[in-house]
Ligand binder design. Structure first.
Ligand SMILES: [Zn+2]
Ligand SMILES: [Zn+2]
Length: 566
């Protein structure tokens, strides 16, 4: 029995419990999902938290009874007759194609129309818990009736359920949508519209550190920074094929003087225009244009999520123009740059996914070979998703696992023979003839918004000192030490650190608690003794031991930590 089968069986158990306790509710469908299972019911009254706990109790009894799951094949007429009072099941029974078996499955006193894939008996469910209830349209269509979806989860053992619940609790503590406002990093203002991010001073500081880190790497690798407009003529996206293939993801046209403009959904056409504006010889290649390029994409309001699903975001984007022979080398240095980025930000667990195109062209073999050779030359194992690639060509996705094991898709590197063709790009070869360059599109952090969201969750808001908006805060014990506090701050700022001073009239205990909730790496307490000796009392985040050290010694220590990115 698979976990999916166990969880889908738990969905039957839920529907059984609902039939017992809320016989007026009409069951519809109940699949297993990544986080457990759900079952959708039609019922006028909403299910309350109290209802869920009653249902859960009844489910535990059904599991304990260890009912055998028995199935039998029936004629369509029997299924239609059985569900004559349930239009949803009737629709499901009608939709089963002619010739396919129609099956009913029974546990105890509850029978459900289902195609199968179950545990042998309800007793195989080691642990089950109901999580929440939410509205869901029948078959996901907003023109259909609204149903109530009860979510639950199930595991083979109680221990696995306990571990999962502990994981959820930890994930909730790290949720960037909670930490973002608490740490005053960013906000999404409903007044301005969903999915549009306002970076507050502290978040902007962290972002600029990330951007500078990326810029340094790009400069070393010979990338040239460019900046392109946010609004450009729609024709550009006709030529690129985005209007044809990606219109659903773009904001609508903006009319100016009878011309149609678009918010840019991608940076590529802009970089292409810069390339195209000059003649290039094979000696100029590869040309690498990079831009922290802000793009706008239409997402349905229901799918927006904090920093990870937004309508406007900034990619750490770059486009490389090279010859076919240079493709592999360019891919290799891109992989090196991706590794440098991930390692610096404390991620050491990645996965590489190579997706190939469904409709293969003659150039796909060249592109794929270059990507595979690059991966192999760096000893990076990868998985293959055949036919999962975008319309340009094969692409490589970089997924990483965060501190609590969750997977995030960040960077993408993509080989493209198509846009150079559409925009008629060329370079003069050593043979004196014109040739088409190949393009690589690459964004390694992906989007600054998403990357920041992942960083917040990965660190649980405890940014390491090199990233933290304030690296230390000086907390004077009384107002008499305020001057000394400013003196310490000035010295440390002069040494290049980001320092706050707590000027409030609060008691020391309150100040320390406050800055701990703000997750500042170091709180430096200064009282009479410290002011007299030129020292600070160091409270390090996550370390109960306090110590008093001279200012210079602290500065030297902090310098070492920051430079090592610890
Ligand atoms: Zn079933
Ligand atoms: Zn691109």
């Amino acid at each position: 029995m698979t976990l999916d089968e166990l969880r889908h069986t738990a969905a039957h158990v839920l529907a059984y419990a609902v039939q017992d306790l809320f016989p007026e509710a009409k069951p519809t469908i109940g699949p297993s999902i990544d986080s457990g299972f759900y079952y959708d019911f039609e019922r006028a009254e909403p299910f309350t938290a109290d209802d869920l706990s009653k249902l859960e109790k009844r489910m535990h009894e059904i599991v304990k009874r260890d009912y055998e799951m028995t199935g039998r094949r029936v004629e369509r007429s029997e299924a239609l007759d059985r569900y004559r009072d349930n239009p949803f099941k009737v629709e499901l029974a009608r939709d089963i194609p002619e010739g396919e078996p129609i099956t009913l499955y029974t546990i105890g006193e509850f029978t459900d129309l289902c195609r199968g894939g179950h545990a042998k008996s309800t007793g195989e469910i080691g642990a089950v818990k109901l999580m929440s209830v939410a509205g869901a349209y029948w078959r996901g269509d907003e023109h259909n009736p609204m149903l109530q979806r009860i979510y639950g989860t199930a595991f083979p053992t109680q221990q696995e359920l306990d571990d999962y619940l502990a994981f959820l609790e930890e994930a909730a503590k790290r949720d960037h949508r909670k930490l973002g406002p608490e740490l005053d990093l960013y906000s999404v203002e409903e007044e301005a519209g969903g999915g549009l991010v306002f970076w507050h001073p502290k978040g902007t500081l962290v972002r600029s550190i990330v951007e500078n880190f990326i810029r340094e790497g790009l400069a070393e690798r010979g990338y040239q920074p460019v900046i392109t407009p946010h609004v450009v003529h729609e024709k550009l996206y006709e030529t690129s094929g985005h209007l044809e293939n990606f219109a659903h993801g773009m904001f609508g046209p903006i009319e100016v003087e009878g011309q149609r403009f678009r918010l840019k959904p991608m940076n590529c056409p802009g970089h292409i225009l810069i390339y195209k504006g000059q003649a290039h010889s094979y000696r100029d290649l590869p040309i690498r244009y990079s831009e922290f390029g802000t793009v706008y994409r239409f997402e349905r309001s229901g799918t927006l999520h904090g920093l990870t699903r937004v309508r406007g975001f900034t990619q750490d984007d770059a486009h490389l123009f090279c010859t076919t022979e240079q493709l592999q080398g360019e891919f290799e240095q891109t992989l090196d740059e991706a590794l440098r980025l991930m390692k610096a930000f404390d991620f050491d667990d990645f996965e590489y996914f190579l997706s190939t195109r469904e409709h293969r062209g003659p150039t796909d073999d060249i592109a794929e070979a270059a990507i595979r050779n690059a991966l192999e030359s760096r000893n990076l194992p990868y998985s293959l998703d055949e036919g999962g690639g975008a319309f340009y060509g094969p692409k490589l996705d970089i997924n990483l696992h965060d501190a609590i094991g969750r997977k995030w898709q960040l960077g993408t590197v993509q080989v493209d023979f198509i846009l150079p063709e559409r925009f008629e790009l060329k370079y003069r070869g050593s043979d004196g003839n014109d040739h088409r360059p190949v393009m690589i599109h690459r964004a390694l952090a992906g989007s600054m918004e998403r990357f920041f969201g992942v960083l917040i969750e990965h660190f649980g808001g405890n940014f390491p000192a090199w990233l933290a908006p304030a690296q230390a805060v000086i907390a004077p014990i009384s107002e008499h030490q305020l001057d000394y506090a400013h003196e310490v701050a000035a010295k440390l700022r002069a040494a290049g650190f980001r320092i706050d001073v707590d000027e409030s009239n609060e008691k020391l205990g309150y100040k320390i608690r406050h800055w701990k909730t703000q997750k500042v790496p170091f709180i430096l307490v200064v009282g009479k003794a410290e002011a007299a000796d030129g020292t600070v009392n160091v409270n390090e985040r996550g370390n109960e031991a306090k110590r008093t050290v001279p200012i210079d010694a602290f500065a030297a220590e902090l310098r070492e930590i920051v430079d090592a990115r610890r």
